[in-house]
Design a binder for this molecule. Structure first.
Ligand code: NAP
Length: 462
C-alpha cells in the first residue's frame, strides 16, 4: 500500500490524485485543503459567469469521490496546523499543490490608498472566499467594509494589467443584475455589483496589444457585453510595430490584434458603459482624490524597446479612477518547512521532486502553480501533475522501504486536535448553498464566511 497526501484540492491537486490512483492500484490518497470546500481556484477564482469552466467541478468531484481518494477539508498544513515534517511521518509521500496564494505588488507610491485593491481581493469577494476582505477590511484601509469600499461612489475604474484576470474583473464590473443573478455569487456581492454605477472602465497594459496576455476568447467576451461599448484608440494600437502586419505573430496574439483592430474601427453604439482598452502606459503612482481615497492613476507613456520590452518616454497621463484593481499576476507564498525560491515564488524542484539545498528530498513533491509559477490554463495542470506523479511512482521503492506509516492517519490528526471536514461535510455545504439559493429565488448561492460554511458542514451525519 502507498499512502500519499496531496495538499490542495484545486485542479492540480485533483489531477495528481487522479493520476496516482489510475497508475497505481495500491495508492491511497488523502487530499487535504485549508478550506472546508474543495476545487481551489475553480470554486474561488473562475469568474461566476464562466459556467462552462466552472462545470469542471464535476470532473474534479469524480476524482474526490474515487474509492481510494479521501477529501479532508479544513486542514491547514504549516505552523498553524499540521507541520510539513509531521505530514512526512504520516504518509509515504506528500505532494504540495498549494498554488500561488497572493498577488504581485506594483511597488509604486499610493498603491495602498483606499479604493486600490488587488484583483485577487476583488475576485475573492465576488467568489465568496471565506477570507475575502468583506468581513474585516485589512489594516490601512480605514476600516471600510470592502463590499461598500469596492464600489461606493465609483464612476470610473482602472484595471492595471492585460491578462485574463484583468479581463475577468473588467467584465464583472460591467455586468448587470440580469446577467449576474443566475450565477452562484454571494448575495452581498450581487447586490453591490447590481447597484454599482461604474460607467467607465479602463484596462491598461504597459506593453503593446501584441504582447497582451489575455486569450482571444476571453477578450471577445468584452465585446458581447450588453449596453457596453469597447473603445480602442487606433493611434495607440499603431505604436506597436506588429500592429501594421500581425501575420508573423503567434496565433493568439494575431487574433487578439485582429479583434482590437475591429473594435478600433467600429463606431461607438452609445451604450451606458464604456470599456477602454489602453496600451503602452505604465503605472507610476496612484494619486489621492476626495477623502483621501484614490482619485487617479498616473501613467508614463512607454515605447517599444525593440526587444519585446518597453522604455519610458517621460510623458505622463493621469487617468481618473475611484476604484483601482491591480491585476498584475499571482505570486506563490512560502510554506513553512519547505524550501522556496523567492525570486520566482515557487518551490525548487526536479521534474516535481522537491529540491532541498539542490538535492532531491525523497517523499516531497510539487505540482501546479507552486511548481511552475502562475501561468497557463486549467488544462495545463494535467501534464504538470502527470510529470510529478511519474517521478513519485519511480521513487516508490525508496519511499516504502523500511518506512512504516500509519494505516490511517485520520485518528492521529484528530488526536492532535484537527477535525477535518470530510466529503459528507462538503456535501452538506452544497445542500446549504442550494437551500440558500432557493430561499432567495436564485439557483445555488455560495456561503461567504467561515461560520456559515462550518455550521453547514456540521449538519452532516458523522
Ligand atoms: P498574467 O497573465 O501573468 O498577466 C499579468 C498582466 O500584468 C500582464 O499584462 C503584465 O504585463 C501585467 N503586469 C505585471 N507587472 C506589471 C507592472 N508592474 N505594471 C503593469 N503591468 C504589469 O496574470 P493573470 O491575468 O493574473 O493570469 C494568471 C494565469 O491565470 C494566466 O495563465 C491566465 O491565462 C490564467 N487565467 C485564465 C483564465 C481563463 O482561461 N479564462 C481566467 C483567469 C486567469 P507584462 O506582460 O508586460 O508583464
Amino acid at each position: 500500500m502507498l499512502r500519499v497526501a496531496v495538499v490542495g484540492s484545486g485542479p492540480s491537486g485533483c489531477y495528481v490524485a487522479q493520476s496516482l490512483v489510475q497508475q497505481e492500484r495500491e495508492a491511497y490518497v488523502d487530499v487535504l485543503d485549508r478550506l472546508p470546500c474543495p476545487y481551489g481556484l475553480v470554486r474561488y477564482g473562475v469568474a461566476p459567469d464562466h459556467e462552462k469552466i466552472k462545470s469542471l467541478q464535476n470532473t474534479l468531484r469524480a476524482v474526490l469521490e474515487h474509492d481510494r481518494v479521501r477529501f479532508l477539508g479544513g486542514v491547514e498544513v504549516g505552523s498553524r496546523g499540521v507541520p510539513a515534517a509531521r505530514l512526512r511521518e504520516l504518509y509515504h509521500a506528500v505532494v504540495y499543490c498549494v498554488g500561488a496564494a497572493t498577488d504581485r505588488r506594483l511597488g509604486i507610491p499610493g498603491e495602498d490608498l483606499p479604493g486600490s485593491w488587488s484583483a485577487t481581493e476583488f475576485v475573492s469577494w465576488y467568489s465568496a472566499h471565506p477570507d475575502a476582505p468583506e468581513l474585516s477590511a485589512p489594516p490601512g484601509r480605514g476600516g471600510v467594509p470592502a463590499g461598500d469600499g469596492f464600489l461606493r461612489h465609483v464612476r470610473s475604474a482602472v484595471v492595471i494589467g492585460v491578462g485574463n484576470v484583468a479581463v475577468d474583473v473588467t467584465r464583472m464590473l460591467a455586468r448587470g443584475p440580469a446577467e449576474l443573478s443566475g450565477t452562484d455569487m454571494p448575495q452581498a456581492a450581487l447586490t453591490a455589483l447590481s447597484a454599482g454605477r461604474v460607467a467607465d472602465i479602463r484596462m491598461v497594459g504597459r506593453r503593446g496589444p501584441s504582447q497582451a496576455r489575455f486569450t482571444t476568447k476571453e477578450l471577445r467576451e468584452l465585446g458581447a457585453l450588453p449596453d457596453t461599448d469597447v473603445v480602442v484608440d487606433p493611434a495607440e494600437l499603431a505604436l506597436d510595430p506588429a500592429y501594421a502586419d500581425p501575420t508573423g505573430l503567434p496565433g493568439t496574439q494575431r487574433r487578439n490584434v485582429e479583434v482590437l483592430r475591429a473594435w478600433a474601427e467600429a463606431p461607438a453604439s452609445g451604450g451606458a458603459r464604456r470599456i477602454g482598452l489602453r496600451f503602452f502606459l505604465r503605472p507610476v503612482a496612484l494619486l489621492a482624490g476626495a477623502a483621501g481615497r484614490v482619485g487617479a492613476v498616473r501613467f508614463e507613456r512607454t515605447a517599444p524597446d525593440g526587444h519585446g520590452g518597453v522604455t519610458g518616454t517621460g510623458r505622463y497621463e493621469d487617468v481618473e479612477a475611484q476604484l483601482v484593481l491591480r491585476s498584475v499576476g499571482y505570486r506563490g507564498v512560502p510554506l513553512e518547512g519547505l524550501p522556496f525560491d523567492a525570486a520566482h515564488g515557487t518551490v525548487p524542484h526536479l521534474a516535481g521532486r522537491v529540491l532541498r539545498a539542490g538535492a532531491v528530498a525523497p517523499g516531497e513533491y510539487v505540482a501546479g502553480w507552486i511548481k511552475r509559477g502562475p501561468t497557463g490554463v486549467i488544462g495545463t495542470n494535467r501534464p504538470c501533475a502527470k510529470e510529478t506523479v511519474t517521478s513519485l511512482l519511480a521513487d516508490v521503492p525508496v519511499l516504502v522501504s523500511g518506512r512504516d506509516v500509519p494505516a490511517d492517519p485520520l485518528p492521529l490528526l484528530r488526536a492532535a486536535g484537527i477535525e477535518p471536514v470530510g466529503w459528507a461535510g462538503w456535501r452538506a455545504i452544497e445542500r446549504a448553498e442550494a437551500e440558500l439559493g432557493a430561499s432567495l429565488g436564485r439557483s445555488v448561492v455560495k456561503l461567504p464566511d467561515w461560520e456559515s460554511l462550518l455550521a453547514a458542514a456540521r449538519t452532516a451525519a458523522p
